[in-house]
Design a protein around this ligand. Structure first.
Ligand code: FAD
Length: 120
């Protein structure tokens, strides 16, 4: 079996922005690509809500759909307008998956996103 430290490195070095949150989307972990994409380092963003990334111009319906989907244990995929630490807007192609405890209840969420501004 692979050593545990290798799993940690895989997430840390994965070329997609990864964050792990609690059930209210408060950020508990970010990887290096998350810092590269958003401009926020761990000290600046841990403990804050993912809504910190929102440009506040995404239609409410999209967030409603996102929460409706993930709170029902489904994977959500879509695009949101985000804002980097320095203010630059970007289009985020985001997948959010629930994580489950031993009883099958949602314990956390994992978010994975890319800046796809250039693709549009
Ligand atoms: P909020 O007050 O957060 O909520 C907007 C609406 O969402 C509410 O009216 C409600 O219908 C619903 N809602 C909010 N919280 C809950 C909840 N706990 N349970 C059920 N319904 C709820 N947002 C981004 O803009 N950019 C991101 O990159 C991003 N990444 C995310 C990654 C993860 C892993 C998760 C779990 C969430 C992410 N979000 C992201 C969503 C974010 O948490 C906010 O819900 C969103 O940014 C809207 O924020 P708000 O303050 O405008 O509205």
């Amino acid at each position: 079996t692979l050593p545990f430290s290798l799993f940690v490195k895989a997430v840390e070095q994965a070329p997609v922005a990864i964050s792990i949150t609690d059930k209210k989307a408060n950020i508990l972990y970010i990887n290096q690509a998350f810092t590269d994409v958003t401009g926020y380092n761990a000290a600046e963003i841990l403990g804050k809500n993912e809504s910190e990334l929102s440009d506040k111009s995404t239609p409410r319906q999209i967030y409603y759909d996102l929460w409706h989907t993930i709170s029902r244990k489904q994977v959500w995929h879509g695009q949101l307008i985000n804002r980097q630490k320095m203010g630059q807007r970007y289009l985020a192609d985001l997948t959010i998956a629930p994580m489950f405890d031993d009883r099958g209840a949602i314990s956390h969420y994992i978010g994975m996103h890319r800046d796809v501004t250039q693709a549009h």
